[in-house]
Design a protein around this ligand. Structure first.
Ligand code: SF4
Ligand code: SF4
Length: 186
């Protein structure tokens, strides 16, 4: 380990590697990932910069970046990395950590939306917008914001009262079950 890393707290690096299964410490800053990223022009931090900031233990900078939310999970970076680092999985892990951090800081909206969205996809195989928004409002206790938009959205058929189920609902539920099992193992 070099002098710089010896002086940094590597707790962030260890946590990201454990949760993502990606060897972030193997990154040698070639920038191949960010040069092939289609979203890079709209990111406040490039994927290679995020890798370096993880090495340096810059937790706040990474988890507060807009880049982790701009990432489209296209996996171009993962395919290009000469060290085989699953950068897309790292970005996904950072999003989960950012949601948990916001919840720990007392902001219920992000984690509430995350729960409502995933619950809707799990049970319908796709998003049922009205059900998702109702659940979000109940668990976030943000009952009245944007309610005035509902009649217009219903009139334009952007919302439906009944859910449409995906033909792959059963498979989607199996994916969720598998993901939960994998998460418990980590
Ligand atoms: S997965 Fe995200 S970071 Fe990687 S290339 Fe795609 S958009 Fe960029
Ligand atoms: S392509 Fe891989 S080794 Fe190169 S900067 Fe990106 S993560 Fe690091």
């Amino acid at each position: 380990m070099n002098d710089t890393l010896e002086w940094t707290d590597n707790a962030l690096l260890r946590e990201v590697e454990r949760r993502s299964g990606a060897s972030v410490s193997a990154c040698f800053q070639c920038h191949k990932c960010s040069s092939g990223c289609p979203i890079a022009p709209d990111m406040d931090l490039l994927s290679s910069q995020i890798m370096r900031l993880i090495h340096l233990g810059e937790k706040e900078t990474v988890l507060e970046s807009e880049a982790i939310w701009a990432c489209a999970s296209c996996e171009a970076c993962t395919a290009r990395c000469p060290m085989g680092i699953d950068i897309a999985a790292v970005m996904d892990t950072l999003r989960m950590m950012a949601v948990e951090r916001k919840a720990a800081l007392g902001d219920r909206r992000t984690s509430s939306f995350n729960k409502a969205f995933l619950s809707s996809v799990r049970w319908h195989g796709r998003v049922f917008e009205l059900g998702m928004m109702t659940l979000y409002k109940l668990i976030s206790r943000d009952l009245f914001s944007d309610v005035d938009k509902v009649p217009r959205m219903l009139a334009k058929h952007k919302l439906t009262f009944l859910p449409h189920f995906s033909r792959s609902t059963k498979e989607v539920r199996l994916v969720f079950n598998r993901a939960e099992e994998e998460e418990k193992k980590r």
